[in-house]
Design a protein around this ligand. Structure first.
Ligand SMILES: CC(C)(COP(=O)(O)OP(=O)(O)OC[C@H]1O[C@@H](n2cnc3c(N)ncnc32)[C@H](O)[C@@H]1OP(=O)(O)O)[C@@H](O)C(=O)NCCC(=O)NCCS
Length: 182
């Protein structure tokens, strides 16, 4: 059944539903909700972007987060953002909600003059949504154990081609989000 959805900023009253939808989307992996919890209070140069897609009764069916990370470039550390996690409740998948959340989050990041949004994921999904493997723009992935195709980036308006170097996750991602590569 098609679920009508609206995208808005996540509120504290959404927290339980957001955790529940990630639990359902990520096969009850508790690391995702734990990551979301810690990311909400991340101290960073950019505010956390946390958006929900809600149904007609204002219940979150999808959630996306963009949070701070660094690009360790040849002459400076550049503040960037990473898209993680993105989850859509299994009942609502395949209806464009994930795509709409990505688009809305990228628009918000562009307004903050974030130069690049990175993510780790399947290029078959993210490629048609504007992401390309970071290696193609001379940016190194955060771990040699992460496949090149999985580590992707979306340059925004503030991007310039001299932004090359190594992507650096905040500690919270290493703790919860990228355990496979630890
Ligand atoms: C991946 C996810 C966020 C997509 O959200 P969604 O609202 O279902 O996606 P959309 O409706 O915008 O897009 C649907 C398309 O994405 C494709 N797709 C969904 N998950 C995919 C995946 N893991 N890899 C490749 N393609 C995928 C679907 O086949 C569909 O393709 P089509 O448009 O050619 O039919 C959602 O399926 C989800 O939460 N999955 C489990 C959690 C997860 O893996 N999240 C992280 C992604 S790296």
């Amino acid at each position: 059944m098609q679920i009508p959805s609206t995208i808005r900023v996540e509120q504290s009253g959404d927290f339980a539903a957001v955790h529940a939808l990630h639990d359902a989307a990520f096969d009850h992996n508790p690391a995702i909700s734990a990551l979301v919890c810690d990311l909400r209070t991340l101290d960073a140069p950019f505010p956390v972007i946390s958006l929900v897609a809600v149904d007609d009764s204002d219940t979150p069916k999808g959630h996306v987060m963009l949070t701070h990370a660094w690009l360790d470039a040849w002459d400076r550390m550049i503040d960037v953002m990473v898209l993680s996690p993105l989850g859509v409740h299994p009942d609502a998948q395949g209806q464009g909600i994930g795509t709409d959340l990505i688009d809305a989050a990228l628009r918000d990041a562009d307004k903050l003059a974030v130069p690049i949004v990175f993510l780790e994921g399947n290029n078959k999904y993210y490629g048609p949504r504007g992401f390309k493997p970071a290696v193609t723009l001379n940016i190194r992935r955060p771990s040699l154990r992460m496949p090149d195709m999985a580590f992707q980036m979306k340059p925004l308006s503030a991007y310039t081609p001299d932004m090359t170097g190594s992507f650096v996750y905040r500690d919270v991602h290493w703790t919860h989000g990228v355990g496979l590569y630890r």
